[in-house]
Design a protein around this ligand. Structure first.
Ligand code: MOS
Length: 758
């Protein structure tokens, strides 16, 4: 992997009560703030907590996908040595609100032993609580459930499809502009092609886990979450207690990918178990139990019709998606979104229909909708380019959207042309033969090159932060932000240190606890922009207070400097044009008799800007694959991605996100496929041996180019997200490279050797 680290990129100049200041903490490729702790095993993940008197809870899960539990051998389980209690619908604590009540779109309906119904395989049907993990697991086996089973509805053709009004968590199911039928009638070339993507599961290294302890009516919970405040609110509602009576600690997550965005049923069951036995309880999902109750990426079938004119410009783009959701909740993978924002066409039509399956409810999974839609759209664009006899990169450039296609809005910034150019140059795209099956390496392997465009919306949510300057001690910043492995702890601390004008190394920076200011959700690739803005504003607020103390105090060397430019840097406030005139923060506070000063800041999307501009991060990914002509074995041998996502706070962390996303792209194109038995509704490969994700040997030389992009509109700091974009583009680029190597177009993902040979 190449590591060209750009030089430091300063945060924007920030007006503080008439003063301007700069710093140098942001833009540096710092290593992870908590990296040493993690490497040494000293970072305490949720399941590492062992409060005194801890009991272990193990789920007994359903082996059928639909029906009722008719019998559990509770006596056998309770008689097992070490088993303390068996929680079933007969004795489970009654909740204050139905877990099927939809208080907000992210409140997924949960299965919490409030009845004997089974809605999907691997649903919890009992919880065995014991003195040891082994005893609990053995007790769960002894329950030997019996069922009254109904046939499972599984797959894209189960049941009748239904019309949808919303997909994801609120996007319109149907959208478009112009007349697609006219566009197709006017076209000189057109294609129709249908692609399928399989169910996928998140598989973070750390499974969902909870250590729950009730102290009186108050709850202490160690659990991984991407949204502390939302989890706190949901638990409070279910148990009928105040959010402030719940303390959630979530400093470290072993991956989230969207699957830890909303609190899951098993985590709540751990809390219920602790309440039932009046002792602390730990619950950790076994890997196979992750395939059901904690979300997944649903299967899709995506039908495209594209038409182009004689110049190779799109005249019509139609994208019809069928996707699955559970039988009882409403998350539908918004795959059509990919076609709404990327390529110019006078006519675009996207729509979704849904099919009910007896599975757990799907949810957000890294680039939800965008990833699924992207691999299909990029394949369709490639097929269209081929039919026109055009180089696929040239074809994309001919359909470059100068404004957002459906709305006509200008982009807040869009350096996609630079991404194409820099990526193509680094990859050596210019020497690509147009026709497939033209390149072989020295070992006789078929070699192919493909390109895909990456796109992800630049979102912004709500967050609050607190910044504290202290007379005796380092500056402190508090925010209930989440580091699920993406590097937020580091990047946000860089923003904090930069904005406060203090040294990164001495800054006291706390995240990952529900008693800190609400940072919203770490999702939608929006956490750095959102939490970073709140931190920046909190810092700005406290520096403004400090400035007022200094310039209004006759004893300060800055007295009367109210109209001069000041800089806050290195823990000192001084004149910009005369650094010798100034003083340390501590001195200002001490003289004012203040132990500390506290600033507050918040962030929220700016509706005016959002109305005026289309805001996206973009990228271009180039892939090389080699395919064994006899065996069909596929290897990705090179990946070059070039991404433009606004301001880069930490190039090391950003590049790490790009690499991670590109690896997900390999995974999407070639590996991941949850095989669901249509008779039982059970995932047949619910383990990391049979559910394939790329390992080191599958990951080639990768190059992620950070393309410079200045965005004055997207938010105060000019930051777009980087967490999800790289899976888009990459998956399609690999699929297109496989076609270029072999001349075989596989439209059913993942592309596996049997599909090339068949
Ligand atoms: Mo992401 S799928 O918004 O955690």
């Amino acid at each position: 992997m190449s590591e060209t680290i750009p030089s430091g990129i300063d945060l924007p100049e920030t007006k503080v009560a008439g003063h301007v200041r700069h710093g140098s903490n942001a833009g540096q490729p710092l290593t992870r703030r908590e990296g040493i702790l993690k490497v040494k095993g000293a970072a305490d993940y949720a399941a590492d907590h062992h409060p005194a008197g801890l009991l272990h809870a193990v789920l007994a899960v359903s082996g059928i996908a639909r029906g009722r539990v008719t019998h559990l051998d509770i006596a056998a389980a309770k008689a097992h040595p070490g088993v303390v209690e068996v929680m079933t619908p007969a004795n489970a604590p009654k909740l204050a609100k139905s877990p099927d009540l939809k208080e907000h779109p992210f409140a997924w309906r949960l299965d919490l032993l409030q009845n004997d119904l089974v809605r999907y395989a691997n649903q919890a049907i009992a919880v065995v609580i014991a003195e040891s993990l082994e005893a609990a697991a053995e007790g769960a086996v002894l329950l030997a459930p019996r069922y009254e089973a109904e046939p499972a509805r599984i797959g894209l053709d189960a049941d009748g499809p239904q019309d949808l009004y919303v997909v994801g968590a609120g996007s319109p199911a149907t959208d478009g502009a112009g007349d697609v039928e006219k566009g197709l009638a006017d076209a000189v070339q057109s294609i129709a092609a249908t692609y399928e993507t399989p169910p996928q599961y998140h598989n973070p290294m750390e499974p969902h886990a909870a250590v729950a302890e009730w102290i009186g009516g108050k709850l202490i919970l160690h659990t991984p979450t991407q949204a502390l405040s939302m989890a706190q609110g949901r638990i409070a509602s279910l148990f009928g207690i105040k959010p402030t009576d719940i303390l959630i600690k979530s400093p470290y997550l072993g991956g989230g990918f969207g699957g830890k965005g909303s609190i899951s049923g098993p985590q709540i069951l751990g809390i219920m178990a602790a309440r039932l036995v009046q002792r602390p309880v730990k619950i950790v999902l076994r890997r196979e139990q992750m395939y059901g109750p904690v979300g997944h990426r649903a299967a899709t079938r995506q039908a495209f019709r594209l038409g182009v004119d004689a110049a190779g410009a799109l005249t019509a783009l139609e994208h019809r998606t069928r996707t699955t959701s559970s039988a009882f909740d409403d998350f539908f993978e918004p795959a059509g979104g990919a076609s709404r924002h990327l390529y110019a066409s006078p006519a675009i039509f996207t729509t979704h229909e849904g099919v009910r399956n007896d599975t757990g409810t799907p949810t957000f999974m890294r680039a939800p909708g965008e990833a699924t839609g992207s691999i299909a759209l990029e394949s369709a664009m490639d097929e269209m380019a081929e039919k026109c006899g055009l180089d696929p990169l040239e074809f994309r450039l001919r359909n470059y959207a100068e404004n957002e296609p459906i709305t006509g809005k200008p982009y807040s910034s869009k350096a996609l042309r630079e991404c194409y150019a820099q990526g193509a140059a680094r990859f050596g795209w210019a020497s690509r033969p147009l026709a497939p099956r033209r390149m072989r390496d020295q070992d006789g392997l078929l070699t192919g090159w493909g390109v895909g465009t990456a796109l992800f919306p630049a979102l912004m949510f709500q967050a609050e932060a607190r910044a504290i300057l202290r007379a005796n001690g380092p500056a402190r910043v508090e925010i209930g932000a989440h580091d699920m492995g993406q590097g937020a702890w580091t990047s946000l601390a860089q923003i904090a240190a930069e904005s406060l004008g203090v040294d990164y190394g001495t800054l006291d920076f706390e995240i990952g606890s529900s008693d800190l200011p609400n940072a919203g959700i770490a999702g939608g690739s929006a956490h750095t922009a959102t939490a970073g803005t709140a931190i920046h504003r909190a810092a700005t607020d406290v520096i403004a207070q400090l400035t007022a103390l200094a310039v209004n105090d006759q004893r300060s060397p800055l007295f009367g400097a109210g109209n001069r430019n000041l800089v806050a840097r290195g823990g000192r406030l001084s004149l910009q044009d005369d650094a010798s005139r100034g003083e340390a923060y501590e001195a200002i506070l001490a003289r004012a008799g203040r132990a500390s000063l506290e600033g507050k800041g918040s962030a929220a999307p700016d509706p005016t800007n959002q109305q005026a501009y289309a805001m996206y991060a973009h990228g271009a990914v180039f892939a090389e694959v080699k395919v064994d002509p006899d065996l069909g074995q596929i290897r990705v041998t090179r990946l070059v991605g070039a991404f433009a996502a606004g301001r880069v706070i930490n190039p090391r962390m950003v590049r790490s996100q790009y690499y991670g996303g590109m690896i997900w792209g390999i995974s999407f194109a070639l590996h991941e496929h949850a095989l669901v038995d249509p008779r039982s509704g059970r995932v047949m490969n619910a383990n990391l041996a049979d559910y394939h994700v790329p390992v080191n040997a599958d990951v080639p030389s990768m190059d992620a180019i950070i393309v410079e992009e200045h965005d004055p509109h997207v938010n105060a700091l000019g930051i777009k997200g980087v967490g999800e974009i790289a899976v888009t583009g990459t998956a399609g680029a690999i699929a297109n490279a496989v076609w270029h190597a072999t001349g075989v177009r596989v439209r059913e993902f993942p592309i596996t050797l049997d599909k090339l040979l068949g």
